[in-house]
Every structure is written in C-alpha cells, then in structure tokens.
Design a protein around this ligand. Structure first.
Ligand code: HAM
Length: 420
C-alpha cells in the first residue's frame, strides 16, 4: 500500500528532540515569570481580517504566505502566521487593560506560513512569543531585549549577534518613505517585478528583498535613522544607553525593517552564526499604534518571537539517549509475570518509572531491553523465587546484585530509591 507522508514543510518533532523542546519551554517559563510575564494560549486559527489589518495587506506574509480558507459558512479564516495579532486580539477582547496598566504575556505554539521550505524555514514552525502592553518608556525596550538575550544564553546559545534599529513613528516614517520612493525613481526597471509594485504599495519592503539587483540598489538608499523625529531619536538613544547599562552588546543595522508593517520605533533581531541563510533566531520590536488600530485602547506595545526550531538547531549536538527508566521488572514464568504486571503498575502509580516485558522472553533478552531503556535497576524473579519469597535486585551499572524479600517489595523498592 502507498504510504502517506507528512505535508511538505510540516515536520514531526521526534522524541529525542521533543525532550529538548520541553526543556527549553521550562526555562522560558522560569525566565519570563521572573520578569513578571504570564502565559496565555490563544487559538491557532483567527479571522483573516485580523492578520490583514495588523501585519499589513502588502507584506509577503499576507500577500503570499497565509493559509487562508473559506469556512463552511463562507467566513474567511487563517492559520496564524504569528502570535502578536492573536495576543492583541485576546488582550482587547478580555479587556485586560482595565485590570492592569501594564500587561505582560507570553505564548508558545505553532505558527503557519506557506514559505518555500529550506533549512531553518518550515511551513509549520513554533514560536516562543512575548508581548508587553502599556509601557512606552525606553527602559521597557531595553528590558525586553535583556530578557530575550538572558533567555537565549540560559538555554545555552552562544555567538549571538543582536541588531537594533528604529523604524520611526507615524509622523517621521512617511517622510522617510517618500525619500525612499524618490531614491528608487529612475531605478524601477532594474528592480524585480515585486519591488516595482512595492514602490507604490509599501516602499520599505524593498529593503527586505532577497533579489540581488534589488539588494544592491537599496544598499545606497537613505537611512531611516537620518529621518527620525526628535521624540523617536531620543527614545532610540535612550534604549541604547539602557542596553549599555545592562551590558548587552548590539550593533545598529539601519537597513533592518522587519517583515511586518506594525512596528514603530525600536526593532531588533538576534542572529546566530550556527544557522545558515535563515540566520535570525528571534525578532521583535515596538508597535505603539497597533492595539488601537485593532479596536483596543491607546496603549503602547513591544514584543518579540523566538523561532523555536532555529533555537533548537543552535543548541550543541547531544547524541546520548537521555531517557532514563528507573526499574525494569524482568519476570520469568506465568506466576512471575502476573506478579510483575501488578508491581510495575504500582511502581508507576508511586511515581517511579518502571517497565516490563509481556512477551515472556529469556532473562538475557529482558536485561538487554533494560539496558536499552537506560534502566538503573532490574528486579529479577521467576516462579522459583516467588515460591522462595525472594527476588533479585540488580544494579544495571555496577552489575551488583542483592536479594530482597518478596513481602512488602513495593515499600522496600520505594525506600531504596528515596535513600539514593
Ligand atoms: P518574525 O521575525 O516574523 O516576527 O518571526 C520571529 C522568528 O520566528 C524569526 O526570527 C524566526 O526565528 C522564526 N520564523 C519565522 N518564520 C519561520 C519559518 N518559516 N520557519 C521557521 N522559523 C521561522 C514575528 O513573528 C513577530 N510576531 C515577532 C514579534 C512579537 N514582534 C513583536 N512581538
């Protein structure tokens, strides 16, 4: 029969990797909690309109990459391509700004973008996403970036490069956009068809174009930092000064525009040399007008998302099988198997990882499996040992064996474990 495979760009996370996801998640929860962030879980599907209005109609994500379909009642729905829009939708819907002036949230889960799959780029991928609402001070930009860098180094990432930029605000960015349009005028025919269109729809997107001819043209374009209004300029220089106070090294990248339209003022990306062409492990920035543009209150916002798969790729290789079974119950014979069945499950109920074999295989093959499962101990008995009311406990690492009375066996095993 023909086998059914996973969808292109959709990846299984196999057990040895799933454990690493789980470990990183628990560090994320711990770090974010210590900065006052609480977890929120939103649905993976939203009304299409939400993403169009937030990410921007003329971004690559909205134009080309969303998984959108008409539901049975003809409502357009989209698998979320990112989490910020959903978190803001929930923040507004549950009136969170009324409860607290400052709201700190994080969420972890799958996102969907129909990009061309390649190393580090998938169609379903996971993000660790953080959002902070209600604070406009540059300290909060520095704090968010500091938390991101602290988290990434806590999980073991090295050789990270932090890049920052300011994207201005509603008053200064249009002036910059105009300057970019003027700069590109005359070079239109040398731009790719997408960028020729972008000049009129969203000129800043030309900065993101991967086509070489476009990249070489835009390399000489005006720099946004020369167009910042005094408010944005002061904010940006204060962010830098707070980052220095926190001993976070960074480089200013005046060409970084990010792929989503909602950013204002600070934008940042973290790159790793351990990744290939898709070298951004995290990205984020401030989005001061976004909450109100989605029907919420006039509150400032800032956040970031870490690409979970890319983060895992950056971790040092680990080949060792870290799964550890505590006790393998090797039983030989009908009576012994019956006793082992009850005992194994009682041990599990007591919180001890235990395993047994139902196939009534030879002792040698049962111990082989115990080794494979990385068991610390094996409990060995056959029908004869049951009659003699004695069983053997074998230390799988030292190979030492001791006899144990059958009576109160569960209690004695638990005692041995507690004393270790
Ligand atoms: P983003 O830069 O689009 O930002 O995505 C953040 C990170 O997600 C990227 O740096 C990358 O590591 C990972 N990522 C993106 N696309 C893929 C993909 N196709 N396959 C694998 N990993 C991918 C956002 O999504 C914003 N919502 C971040 C943010 C939160 N800004 C403010 N708050």
């Amino acid at each position: 029969m023909e086998k059914i495979t996973a969808i292109r760009g959709f990846k299984d996370i196999l057990p040895e990797n799933a454990r690493r996801f789980w470990e990183v998640e628990s560090i994320a929860r711990q770090v974010f909690n210590s900065f006052g962030f609480q977890e929120i879980r939103t649905p993976i599907m939203e009304k299409t309109e939400l993403f169009k209005r937030s990410i921007g109609e003329t971004t690559d994500i909205v134009e080309k990459e969303m998984y959108t379909f008409a539901d049975r009642d003809n409502e357009f729905l989209t698998l979320r391509p990112e989490a910020t829009a959903s978190v803001i939708r929930a923040y507004i819907e549950h009136n969170m700004s009324a409860a607290e002036q400052i709201t700190k949230l994080f969420t972890i889960g799958p996102m969907f973008r129909r990009e061309r799959p390649q190393k580090g780029r998938f169609r379903q991928f996971n993000q660790i996403d953080v959002e902070l609402f209600g604070e406009d001070k540059p300290q909060s930009d520095a704090e968010i970036i500091f938390m991101l860098m602290h988290f990434l180094t806590s999980v073991g990432l090295k050789d990270l490069q932090l890049e920052i930029n300011s994207l201005g605000c509603a008053s200064c960015r249009p002036v910059f956009s105009k300057a970019v349009i003027n700069f590109l005028k005359g070079s239109e025919k040398n731009l790719c068809p997408d960028c020729q269109r972008r000049i009129n729809t969203n000129p800043l997107r030309v900065f993101d174009c991967k086509v070489e001819s476009c990249a070489s043209i835009i390399a000489n374009a005006p720099r946004i930092l020369d167009f910042l209004c005094s408010d944005c300029e002061t904010h940006f220089s204060q962010v830098q000064s707070f980052l220095k106070d926190l001993r976070i090294s960074f480089a200013i990248n005046p060409r970084m525009v990010r792929g989503l339209d909602y950013y204002t003022k600070t934008a940042f990306e973290v790159k790793s040399t351990a990744l290939g062409a898709q070298n951004a492990v995290a990205g984020g920035g401030r989005y001061n007008g976004l909450v109100s543009s989605l029907g919420g209150p006039e509150v400032a916002g800032i956040g970031f998302a870490v690409g979970f798969e890319r983060l895992i790729t950056c971790l040092p290789e680990e080949r060792e099988n870290n799964f550890k079974n505590y006790l393998f119950v090797a039983a030989l014979g009908v009576k012994a198997q019956k006793l082992a069945f009850g005992l194994t499950n009682e041990l599990r109920r007591a919180g001890i990882s235990a395993e047994m074999d139902y196939a009534d295989k030879s002792l040698k093959s049962q111990l082989k499996r115990a080794d494979k499962l990385n068991s610390s101990f094996a409990l060995i008995f056959g029908d004869k040992e049951i009659d003699e009311k004695q069983v053997l406990l074998r230390n799988m690492k030292t190979k030492e064996q001791q006899t144990m009375p059958l009576d109160d066996l569960l209690k004695s095993i638990i005692k041995i474990i507690k004393e270790r």
